[in-house]
Design a protein around this ligand. Structure first.
Ligand SMILES: NC(=O)C1=CN([C@@H]2O[C@H](COP(=O)(O)OP(=O)(O)OC[C@H]3O[C@@H](n4cnc5c(N)ncnc54)[C@H](OP(=O)(O)O)[C@@H]3O)[C@@H](O)[C@H]2O)C=CC1
Ligand SMILES: O=C(O)C1=N[C@H](C(=O)O)C[C@H](O)C1
Length: 272
C-alpha cells in the first residue's frame, strides 16, 4: 500500500516540529512531503531534521504553500488564523485534503474555511487529542442531564506563549455544554469578567483563562450547584497527543470526498 504524503504548514513552530516527529515515526503509512513556514521565518532554507533522532530528512524549510499543496496528498496546518484561511482556499483550488488545528479564528474566518470545504476535504478541530474529544462528548451528555441549578464554568491553563483566549478547546467545551442545554453559546457566554460584574446570570456559561510556564494545555468544566460540584478535567502532558490525532486525521482524510469534517468523524464518535 502506498504511503500518504503529508505536508506541514507552520513546520518551524511548536506543533509543526511535533508533527514532523509524528509523521516520521509513522513511516510505514506516512511520508513527509515537505514543510513550509512564513516567509520571514529564521528557519527558512534550513534543513528539516527529525526532532527525535536529529537525522536529516533531506528536506529544507520552504515558504511556498502552493508548492507544498502540489506535492502532498494531505497538508496539516497549525499556523495562525489569517494563514489558515488562505491555506483552506489553496486546498480548495488544488483539491488537496487539509487538516486545520489553528485556533482563535473569528466567525468570518471559520465561514471562509467552511466555504473552502466545498472544494476539498477539510478536517478542523480545536483539539486533536483523544482525551479532549471524549471530554467534549461527556460535557454535552452531563449538561443535557443537569438543569440551570448547575452553573457551568470552563477553566483553562496554557503556556505563556499562547496568543488566543479563551483556548479553542475551552470554547468547544462551552459549545458542548450549551448544546446539551439546547442553547446557543454566543447568547450565554461570559468570556471575560472584570470589576463590579454583578451577580452571575443563571444559565450563563463562564470562562476563565490562565497563562503561565510551559503548560501544554489543561481544561476543566465545572458544574457548580448549591452544596455539590462536578468537575470534568483533561490535562495534556505532551504535544505529541495533538500530533498523533492530527496525523490520524490526515490518514483518514486522504481520498475522502469534499466536505467539512471534525474529530468526531475521524474517531467514529456518534451522538449519544
Ligand atoms: N488543534 C489542536 O489540537 C492544537 C491547536 N494548536 C493551535 O495551533 C496553532 C499553532 O500553535 P503553536 O505551534 O503552539 O504556535 P507556534 O507559534 O509555535 O507555531 C506557529 C508556526 O506557524 C508559523 N506561521 C505563521 N504564519 C504562517 C504562514 N502564513 N505560513 C506558514 N507558517 C506560518 C509561525 O511562524 P512565526 O513564529 O515566525 O510567526 C510558527 O512557526 C495555535 O493556533 C494553537 O492554538 C496548538 C496545539 C494543539
Ligand atoms: O496553543 C496551544 O498550545 C493549544 N491550543 C489549542 C486550543 O486553543 O485549545 C489546543 C491545546 O489546548 C493547545
Amino acid at each position: 500500500m502506498s504511503r500518504t504524503r503529508i505536508g506541514i504548514l507552520g513546520c518551524a513552530g511548536r506543533m509543526g516540529r511535533t508533527l514532523i516527529a509524528e509523521v516520521l515515526a509513522q513511516s510505514d503509512r506516512a511520508e513527509l512531503a515537505g514543510g513550509v513556514d512564513q516567509p520571514a521565518s529564521p528557519a527558512l532554507g534550513k534543513p528539516i531534521l527529525d526532532p527525535v533522532s536529529g537525522a536529516d530528512t533531506g528536506l529544507v524549510v520552504g515558504s511556498d504553500p502552493h508548492a507544498l499543496f502540489a506535492i502532498s496528498d494531505v497538508v496539516i496546518d497549525f499556523t495562525c488564523p489569517t494563514a489558515s484561511v488562505m491555506h483552506a482556499q489553496e486546498a480548495a483550488r488544488t483539491g488537496t485534503a487539509l487538516i486545520i488545528g489553528t485556533t482563535g479564528l473569528a466567525a468570518h474566518e471559520d465561514a471562509e474555511v467552511a466555504r473552502a470545504s466545498a472544494g476539498t476535504a477539510i478536517v478542523q478541530a480545536a483539539n486533536f487529542s483523544l482525551g479532549v474529544n471524549l471530554l467534549v462528548a461527556l460535557t454535552e451528555q452531563v449538561s443535557r442531564l443537569l438543569n440551570d441549578d448547575f452553573d457551568v464554568e470552563v477553566l483553562e491553563m496554557h503556556h505563556r506563549m499562547k496568543v488566543d483566549a479563551p483556548s479553542g478547546t475551552a470554547l468547544a467545551l462551552g459549545k458542548a455544554a450549551a448544546a446539551g442545554r439546547g442553547v446557543d453559546l454566543e447568547a450565554v457566554a461570559d468570556r471575560v469578567r472584570d470589576g463590579i460584574t454583578g451577580a452571575r446570570t443563571r444559565g450563563h456559561i463562564g470562562f476563565a483563562t490562565l497563562r503561565g510556564g510551559n503548560v501544554v494545555g489543561d481544561h476543566t468544566v465545572i458544574f457548580a450547584a448549591d452544596n455539590e460540584r462536578i468537575e470534568l478535567s483533561h490535562k495534556a502532558g505532551d504535544r505529541a497527543i495533538f500530533a498523533r490525532g492530527a496525523v490520524a486525521a490526515a490518514l483518514w482524510a486522504h481520498g475522502k470526498p469534499a466536505g467539512q469534517y471534525g474529530m468526531n468523524d475521524v474517531l467514529g464518535f456518534t451522538k449519544a
